[in-house]
Design a protein around this ligand. Structure first.
Ligand code: PLP
Length: 394
């Protein structure tokens, strides 16, 4: 029997990928399953982006690139930050990686010593705590309620920070809750962070563009520019441009930290895929109307899904500010049914009885809720929700 490392034994496989796989298994057995588990847009990658990649192949752009990304892509990223966010970066402050996931992985490995604490508000993206654990850090979870729209308060943040805290993670709009912090709320969190000069902040802006609010996108640096020297901005092309399979994410921050993350990457995967880098550059530099088209489809589905979920007895779903997730509470349903112990049992029931795959909220540190991805057509969503309703009312 092979003895595995404590490191790997401390983590679990991604629960969202597990749900997707389970749905695929049941489907392969001939069951009619609607998968609302996956966190990826259903649209094809826009044509001009694919064309840039095809050309890159034809041009023979098929070799190693600089570990931290091609100069051309880094230039496009720097221009994006300046144009869309008002942030200024030099090339040595940017690292391109194989997806946003690798960016956070590099960050954890470059920053944390054993026992260092990372403050993570729940509900959280499933990978943050496990990547912190791989780096032998300690996730410190702040729990939130639906009443507070799943957003942490300055008091909660202050209470979670100790002298071991190295990093605070913010993700707005949030996967899975779909909520975004306002500029005022971020200013209030920034006031707390200002009191702890040794604490770094990671702002994961992966859903920046998938936002329905009147107020434009903002992150902690817009709210509190004084934090520039200790904030790392994480972003990528996966969600905004429907490019999940291309695997391009990027990070911007203090040159020393970015350099350390680059060193980690240089001894693991090296450069991200050369062709995908050309595609990402075309996405950032090219026309943005493709993004608007996708966002308006997400908004329409969001409005349908939230209303339809709230018509199911015992289900309570808040309006999201962005993303393509709804995060309804099923707690009343769970409490009323002795046959479901928790949200995990409910997810299994809905998979078996309704043929609908959702991810239980406990995977995101918020038991009692369920994450439903509406990155699929309105027809499919209609049928999924009526099946859920029928199965629960049976
Ligand atoms: N950050 C958040 C909040 C996410 O939801 C995801 C993907 O699900 C990522 C980062 C990573 O995206 P990718 O590695 O596909 O670029």
């Amino acid at each position: 029997d092979v003895q595995l490392s404590n490191r790997v034994n401390s983590i679990k496989p991604s629960p969202t990928l597990a749900v997707t796989n389970r749905a695929a298994e049941l489907r392969a057995e001939g069951n009619d399953i609607i998968g609302l588990g996956a966190g990826e847009p259903d649209f094809d990658t826009p044509e001009h982006i694919k064309a840039a990649a095809t050309k890159a192949i034809q041009d023979g752009f098929t070799k190693y690139t600089a570990v931290d990304g091609t100069p051309a892509l880094k230039k496009a990223i720097i221009a994006k930050f300046e144009r869309e966010n008002g942030f200024k970066y030099e090339a040595n402050q940017i690292l391109v990686s194989s997806g946003g996931k690798q960016s956070f992985f590099n960050l954890s490995l470059a920053l944390l010593n054993p026992g260092d604490e990372v403050v993570i508000p729940a509900p959280y993206w499933v990978s943050y705590p496990d990547m912190v654990l791989v780096a032998e850090g300690k996730p410190v979870i702040i729990t939130t309620t639906q009443e507070q729209r799943f957003k942490i308060t300055p008091e909660q943040l202050d209470a979670a920070i100790t002298d071991k805290t190295r990093l605070v993670v913010l993700n707005s709009p949030s996967n899975p809750s779909g909520v975004a912090y306002t500029l005022e709320e971020l200013k209030a969190l920034g006031e707390v962070l200002k009191q702890y000069p040794n604490v770094l902040v990671a702002t994961d802006d992966m859903y920046e563009h998938i936002l329905f609010t009147e107020q434009p996108f903002c992150n902690i640096l817009n709210a509190c520019p004084e934090l520039y020297e200790r904030t790392i901005v994480l972003n990528g092309v996966s969600k905004a441009y429907s490019m999940t399979g291309w695997r391009i994410g990027y990070a911007a921050g203090p040159a020393k930290l970015i350099g350390a993350m680059k060193k980690i990457q240089s001894q693991s995967t090296s450069n991200p895929n050369s062709i995908a880098q050309v595609a990402a550059q075309a996405a950032l530099d090219g026309p943005q109307d493709c993004v608007e088209m996708m966002v308006s489809a997400f908004k329409q589905r969001h409005d349908f899904v939230v209303a339809a979920l709230n018509e199911i007895e015992g289900v309570d779903c808040i309006e999201a500010d962005g993303t393509f997730y709804a995060f309804p509470s099923f707690q009343t349903v769970i409490d009323a049914r002795p046959d479901f112990e928790d949200d995990i049992a409910l997810a299994e029931f809905l998979l078996q009885e309704a043929g609908v795959a959702l991810v239980p909220g406990s995977a995101f540190g918020a038991p009692g809720n369920m994450r439903l991805s509406f990155a699929t057509s309105l027809n499919v969503l209609e049928s999924a929700i009526s099946r859920i309703k029928a199965a629960l009312e049976k």
